[in-house]
Design a protein around this ligand. Structure first.
Ligand SMILES: Nc1nc2c(ncn2[C@@H]2O[C@H](COP(=O)(O)OP(=O)(O)O)[C@@H](O)[C@H]2O)c(=O)[nH]1
Ligand SMILES: [Mg+2]
Length: 176
């Protein structure tokens, strides 16, 4: 309350030589605060620009489903980035094995739906092995037996005939 009732005494208490003009105090503080705030904004702006330069420009890749957006990105990563690391390659390997098995199963099932015979009747054992084989989740290898069955069936003219008619049933376009 001293502050309000006597300017002089408040100046003395504050240890100031000149009388304190209270109206000027907030303005001075605001000016100083504004200056610090502007400095911080400027620093943030410079950091943001530096970060954008580091990351490079952003590109929006548009296209309908299955038009090749992911493929282009993967190619960029291989050609201009640092490629795929061991863990990523491992994940692709498992998916490729899955796709190979899936496609051969589709071809074996197609024998029946299309009414096509295996050219080599003894390949029936391979056909059975493929359709009954269910790899464990994340299985990393194709066993030698499975590889042999895949190779024998692929050589079979009946299977090739089904492949020629792949527009008549569902099979992944990566089958061949
Ligand atoms: N023939 C051909 N096939 C492509 C090309 N680019 C992608 N594909 C195939 O098209 C399918 C869809 O590609 P994807 O990149 O997954 O398309 P997204 O849905 O746009 O991400 C995949 O089977 C790709 O292998 C291309 O340039 N030529
Ligand atoms: Mg995609």
């Amino acid at each position: 309350m001293q502050f309000a009732h006597s300017q002089h005494s408040s100046t003395e208490e504050a240890g100031l030589e000149k009388p304190l003009d209270v109206k000027l105090v907030p303005q001075g503080i605001f000016r100083a605060a504004r200056k610090i705030s502007d400095q911080i904004d400027e620093e943030l702006r410079r950091e943001r620009i530096a970060l954008q330069h580091m990351r490079g420009p952003k590109i929006l890749l548009l296209g309908s489903g299955d038009s090749g957006k992911t493929t282009v990105l993967k190619q960029m990563k291989i050609l201009h980035g640092d490629g795929f690391d061991e863990k990523e390659r491992d994940a692709f390997r498992v998916r490729i094995y899955d796709n190979i098995l899936d496609s051969m199963k589709a071809l074996v099932y197609a024998l029946e739906t299309l009414g096509v015979q295996l050219a080599v009747p003894s390949n029936e054992v391979h056909a059975k092995r493929i359709v009954t084989h269910t790899p464990r989740v994340g299985e990393r290898v194709l066993t030698p037996e499975i590889v042999e069955s895949l190779q024998e069936l692929w050589k079979d003219a009946g299977i090739q005939q089904c492949l020629q008619r792949s527009n008549e049933f569902f099979i992944q376009d990566t089958a061949e």
